[in-house]
Design a binder for this molecule. Structure first.
Ligand code: SAM
Length: 376
């Protein structure tokens, strides 16, 4: 089955989800080096969680670590390996890693990653792995069964579309100041900001049921600070590319008005508020241990600065955002025989626009993260 065939079978969207997932077949894994940089920056939170997790006194049951929004698994497996480095020497207990994503995720690739040569990728006889399908905003494992819950670069994907249209831009945070190629009203922005907080609260409420008392939770995601947003550049470029086909009539004005990427870039305060503000009904369940807002260098920016290779830079930049935007764009377009071709043309147009004017679309990666402990 070709990638196109595979994608077109993925039409059914899970409840409490607004995408069918990343581009599969290894494409997300190959184009997610920036996300990995953002994960590496929070290693201290992972080490802290695994060094302070209570592993004595609860008998010899299995310790369970779950990652929500794991995609094809390359980064999710590397995260678990990092957690296991600290945890394995601390306990003789068996450990299970649980990798979870939407039912429409490419689980075949994930399973191959977990056990490619017939043995656990983690190289320990004490470690066993499994996959679980479902929305991270729902309870997915039994009550009191988890010791660590994580999510990386995923909780920005909203649980639902709060507005039927966003008429003048394709992303809830609006365009960058550099490009300023559209607008999102303050009222619409606030609608997304509030849903993003409710989503964190929903995630924490269901994880609170799943976690043992003293269990740890790490929530990390792309976001924004006072200086920049991780949406700058990439969505300006995608917006310009889509508009080129609105102007030539291949995408209707109506389809453009209805299409937006249902993702929100949070500030650190927007990530932590649901955990600490009693009005979200979660603050009694968790203690906030650590939080951080940070920026990481982007590998394709670094390479471009080093070698000046514009063709390579543009290809890596576009493939990077294609991996996580394509499914939503495809599903926003009318289901016609020419749809896949049109999707390809949009990303080819993005490549051309970036090659012609690389300074118009600067991209930076801001991350926000928090470590919580489940209260007894
Ligand atoms: C950008 S990828 C991040 C993958 C990996 N955690 C990483 O950091 O490289 C976002 C993932 O979140 C998943 N996702 C989006 N909405 C979700 C939801 N409601 N429940 C579970 N997973 C979701 C997508 O399918 C995708 O695999």
């Amino acid at each position: 089955m070709t990638e196109t065939d595979r994608q077109s079978t993925k039409a059914t969207q899970a409840s409490h989800a607004t995408t069918t997932g990343m581009v599969g077949g290894g494409f997300y894994d190959e184009n997610s080096a920036p996300q990995w940089r953002a994960i590496e920056a929070v290693f201290p939170l992972i080490t802290n969680a695994m060094a302070t997790l209570e592993v004595e006194g609860e008998g010899d049951g299995t310790i369970r670590l779950a990652d929500f929004g794991c995609s094809e698994g390359h980064n999710s497996i590397a995260v678990m390996a990092e957690a296991l480095d600290t945890l394995l020497p601390r306990t003789p207990r068996s450990i299970q890693t649980i990798h979870s994503d939407l039912p429409t995720n490419d689980f075949s690739k994930l399973l191959l990653n977990i056990r490619s040569d017939g043995r656990s990728v983690f190289g320990s006889e004490k470690v066993f792995s499994c996959v679980v399908a479902g929305s991270m905003y729902d309870q997915l494992v039994p009550d009191g069964s988890l010791h660590l819950a994580t999510t990386f670069n995923a909780i920005g994907f909203l649980s639902r579309r709060p507005l039927s249209q966003l008429p003048d831009y394709i992303f809830p945070n609006g365009p960058s100041a550099v490009r300023s190629n559209g607008k999102v009203s303050e009222t619409d922005h606030q609608t997304f900001a509030e849903l993003a907080k409710q989503d964190v609260a929903s995630f924490l409420k269901v994880r609170a049921r799943e976690l043992v008392p003293g269990g740890k939770l790490i929530a990390q995601v792309f976001g924004r600070d006072s200086d920049a947003s991780t949406s700058d550049g990439i969505y300006d470029l995608l917006n310009d590319a889509v508009l080129a086909f609105v102007e030539n009539g291949e995408i209707s004005r109506d389809a453009y008005a209805r299409y937006y990427q249902p993702v929100y870039m949070r500030s650190l305060e927007e990530l932590t508020t649901p955990a600490t503000d009693p009005s979200y009904a979660v603050s009694d369940l968790f203690k906030l241990e650590q939080s951080m807002s940070y920026e990481v260098p982007v590998p394709f920016n670094e390479a471009f600065q080093r070698n000046g290779n514009l063709t390579e830079y543009a290809a890596q930049y576009v493939d990077f955002f294609r991996a996580f935007t394509e499914a939503v764009l495809r599903n926003a377009l009318p289901d016609s025989p020419g749809r896949d071709k049109l999707v390809n043309k949009v990303y080819t147009k993005a490549l051309e626009l970036l090659m012609a004017n690389p300074d118009a679309y600067p991209f930076r990666y801001i991350g926000v993260a928090m470590l919580l402990t489940r209260k007894a």
